[in-house]
Design a protein around this ligand. Sequence first.
Ligand code: AMP
Ligand code: MG
Length: 417
Amino acid sequence: MPDTVLEVIPLRDAQDRVLSAVATLPEREIACLHAAGLVLARDVVATENNPPFANTAVDGFAVHASDVANVPAELRVIGTIAAGDGTSWNVGVGEALRIMTGAPMPNGADAVVMVEDCEQSVADRVMINKSVGVGTSVRPVADDVRAGDTVFQAGTVMNAAGAGVLSSMNARHVWVYPRAKVALLSTGDELVTDGSPLQRGQIRESNLTMLELLIADSSCEVTNLGVIADDEALLERTLREAALTHDAIVTSGGVSMGDFDVVKAVLSRIADMQWMQMAIKPAKPFAFGLLNGTETQDRLLRRVPIFGLPGNPVSSMISYELLARPALRKMMGHTTNLLRPMIHAIADAPLRRKPDGKTHFMRVFGHFDTDGRLHVRDTGPQGSHQLAATAGANGLAIVPDGSGVDAGGTVDVMLLN
Ligand code: AMP
Ligand code: MG
């Protein structure tokens, strides 16, 4: 099967095949602190109010608004209250309480005049120079979160502020779709990782470093299994073991048409694979499959997705972005924004290519100019082995088949960060 000529399919079809084959991971309850970047699996209902009591939004004087309708107005200062002070004060008519941001509103008072609008020359008198309406600078109870309200709906992607909200209402744990546990390995007998001098024919390994960071950046947990020699028995053992303890496997190299493409040979035997050739450049070959994992709680066999990325570093990165990342996001409960955002940009310099029936993903650097538009230029050589030029890119210009885009022309750009 691997030796047959494969039909070349559009990228979209490859993405559909992969996305339709992966399932969302079972939901899990985790500590709120670890939920940032993850998708909520259940609604979060507040059990406490925040703020728990009415308090002042400014440093100043708590007053009866009616006492300061005509200013300047002199009031008697009955004391001072700081944030955290639980003393229950009563502010009568003609009186004021010196109050600090976050302190509970005293009984009687219905507004706070900020300190900048007051003059206190002696301890027990204050001159108020500005009128305020009822409720001014008062933060009512439950102004942010009300007990019983659904604060976050299932499907929400938690961010740092969201985790803070959970803390503010004393939620300690939330139900989320967990981080996918991803095993990563690279193949190729030419690859050197230990810093030793290169022998003729050897190169330094680069994809493991890059992919480990990309996978972690997708909110997954990565196990880097290193370079596995081009040895079928070893590779088979490694893949089978990885499938027992991981939610997905990402491999680099060995999925093309070469004689030593061992990933291809092994996976054809042990997994349910789809070998694809996509009408894109770089990253034409891509392998996707399902490998048997352990049994689930309900005694179903877990099928572990395996993403076989090509070894050429730029191809590896781009196929990760276009196919593996969206699938991992789906597994982690994302239903929207599976793909990176795209924007119409202006090519500040020509984006040249040759007609070859493929869509090219050219590495570009873009900036938003004073016209509010994204302006892009290519970052240099576009070979699939030329990772250095790719490292300078913050976007992929999607250049359709043809001779490219002229300077000043528009092009769709997928934003990488
Ligand atoms: P392959 O996909 O295994 O046929 O490899 C394609 C090209 O990418 C060859 O030139 C490999 O030497 C190179 N390559 C494969 N894996 C890596 C890697 N992990 N780091 C750097 N280059 C690689
Ligand atoms: Mg290889």
